[in-house]
Ligand binder design. Structure first.
Ligand SMILES: N[C@@H](CCC(=O)N[C@@H](CS)C(=O)NCC(=O)O)C(=O)O
Length: 202
């Protein structure tokens, strides 16, 4: 079995679960939940960055981050399934994944600001800096969403980033991004693993 160090709310870990389902590899994953805040968790020895997702292969090789793990799963499934081989599409899809991952990362950093600092120490400048990335990434994706039928790494990362905004930021992005809302509805209808990995806001 491949061991996936994970946590249900993580948009990056969700990418792996959805990709594994699309590729028919879900039953090869042993998903182990991790508290990234626990200094004694073995995660920090397996991945010096202490981040999830982290994938441990049968021979003990450790893979991170989510983009690398998706590339590995695509390779296991024969290649060219989630990351197109045709260069004309390949780099568009990889850049879209980077854009969506950056959107998720800026959103996670906004949450961490409130988790790691007391309210009177929040940096408004830092929060605004991250919000700017989120707004610009959303605008770029609204102008150029993934193709309607796409299940590549760009589409998976986009769905997971938007899902994280739904989970942690009350879905406020929806008001000004109608094309993306329609795109996400279609993705959700086409890819059952998206709904299956949804976490309810607590
Ligand atoms: N670029 C990484 C980002 C992963 C990431 O930031 N994961 C968060 C959880 S959503 C994490 O592990 N945070 C713990 C920490 O930063 O210490 C990826 O794509 O896998």
């Amino acid at each position: 079995m491949l061991v996936l160090r994970s946590s249900p709310p993580s948009p990056f870990a969700r990418k792996i679960l959805i990709a594994a389902s699309i590729l028919g590899l879900a039953d090869r994953l042993d998903v182990v939940s991790v508290d990234t805040g626990d200094p004694n968790n073995s995660l920090r020895r397996e991945n010096p960055l202490g981040k999830i997702p982290t994938l441990i292969l049968e021979d003990g090789t450790v893979l991170y981050d989510s983009a690398v793990i998706l590339e590995y799963l695509d390779f296991l499934a024969g290649g060219g399934k989630l990351i197109p081989l045709d260069p004309a599409r390949r780099f568009t899809v990889l850049v879209r994944q980077a854009l969506a991952d950056g959107l998720a990362e800026a959103s996670v950093l906004r949450i961490y600001e409130t988790r790691f600092r007391e309210p009177d120490r929040y940096s408004v400048k830092w929060l605004d800096h991250q919000s700017g990335k989120v707004e610009r990434a959303l605008a770029a994706l609204e102008t150029s969403p993934p193709a309607q039928d796409a299940t590549d790494v760009g589409a998976i990362a986009t769905a997971c980033a938007l899902g994280y905004l739904d989970l942690r930021f009350s879905g406020l992005w929806r008001k000004d991004h109608p094309r993306l809302v329609r795109w996400l509805e279609a993705f959700s209808a086409r890819v059952p693993a998206f709904a299956e990995t949804r976490v309810e806001p607590s």
